[in-house]
Design a protein around this ligand. Structure first.
Ligand SMILES: Nc1ncnc2c1ncn2[C@@H]1O[C@H](COP(=O)(O)OP(=O)(O)OP(=O)(O)O)[C@@H](O)[C@H]1O
Ligand SMILES: [Mg+2]
Length: 277
């Protein structure tokens, strides 16, 4: 979709930090009952990896819920490629190219790994489920393509060996990675990951990093927004990270700088003290 504002010329080698925002949060407020959870959140997410960090309860998941259509903010706007997504349902936002994972994996336990990844299909699916039901040849071809792509995605995360094994037979770390692979099936423009490394061992974290890097390397226009408590992973993957604290963005910049900021250190320490650590 074209807009009237000036855009970066496509023929110049624009560094990704200068690139146009994939998604922009502008003045987002959200409260539950009397509890204000997001206050005036402004954030532009550009192509590549962006971290969203902050203590427990800071409002990180709420931000993802707002951009993916699961929650309607009380005020402000969220624009995807310039188009407002406020008021759109999650399936509509997904069709615009937004994929997400959840803090706790939502796999279908008895389906195989590859079938779970295929559940992510839809945006590029030309033939509906009815066509599939009747075994229409074109629909069968779609199914075959999707299966092949799902296997490929499991492969880039190092999980290609047992694609037909039931999802619940995989360790929890692998299940979380299968969910990430599912979110990639539609080739999203914006991938939202909610604590993808929680519960993962070092080997799984490496798989996750390699798979995501490999996927993104071929998609210079896509953005990946990662919520994570594993700050080492954020530093490893993200050229930039925003810090949420009590619903406000208190810092935004290269993770190494952000994590040295006394205000950010204080936010994390304060949260630890409150949690009794
Ligand atoms: N649907 C809801 N109804 C009421 N309160 C909610 C709802 N969702 C979130 N909250 C509250 O909003 C605050 C922020 O929650 P959120 O899940 O966004 O935090 P978070 O930064 O993702 O935390 P964590 O790191 O623990 O996952 C919390 O106090 C939470 O209890
Ligand atoms: Mg959360």
């Amino acid at each position: 979709m074209m807009s009237t504002e000036t855009v970066d010329a496509g023929d110049t080698a624009t560094p990704s930090r200068e690139a146009r925002a994939v998604v922009e949060f502008e003045g987002i407020d959200k409260s539950f009952g009397g509890n204000s959870v997001l206050e005036g959140v402004n954030l532009a997410v550009r192509p590549g990896f962006t971290g969203l960090i902050g203590p427990n309860g800071a409002g990180k998941t709420t931000c993802l819920n707002v951009v993916s259509g699961y929650l309607r903010p009380d005020a402000g706007d969220v624009r995807l490629g310039g188009q407002s997504v406020i008021g759109m349902r999650p399936d509509k936002v997904a069709r615009l190219g937004v994929s997400r994972t959840f803090q706790t994996p939502r796999l279908i336990p008895n389906l195989s790994a590859v079938e779970n990844v295929m559940v992510g299909g839809g945006r590029h699916h030309r033939h509906g489920h009815i066509a599939e039901l009747f075994g229409v040849p074109a629909a069968r071809r779609d199914e075959k393509d999707q299966r092949a792509r799902a296997r490929e995605l499991l492969g880039i995360f190092g999980l290609g060996e047992h694609p037909d094994r039931a999802a619940n037979a995989f360790p929890i770390g692998s299940q979380k990675i299968i969910e990430v692979a599912r979110a990639l099936l539609n080739d999203p423009l914006l991938l939202l990951l909610d604590e993808p490394a929680a519960g993962l061992g070092a080997e799984d974290v490496d798989r996750l990093v390699e798979g995501l890097n490999g996927w993104l390397a071929e998609r210079p226009e896509a953005a990946v927004m990662i919520i994570e408590h594993d700050l080492e992973l954020i530093t490893r993957l993200c050229p930039t990270a925003a810090v949420l604290h009590f619903g406000r963005i208190i810092q935004n910049g290269p993770p190494a700088d952000v994590l040295r900021d006394p205000v950010v250190v204080e936010a994390y320490l304060g949260a630890d003290v409150a949690a009794g650590d």
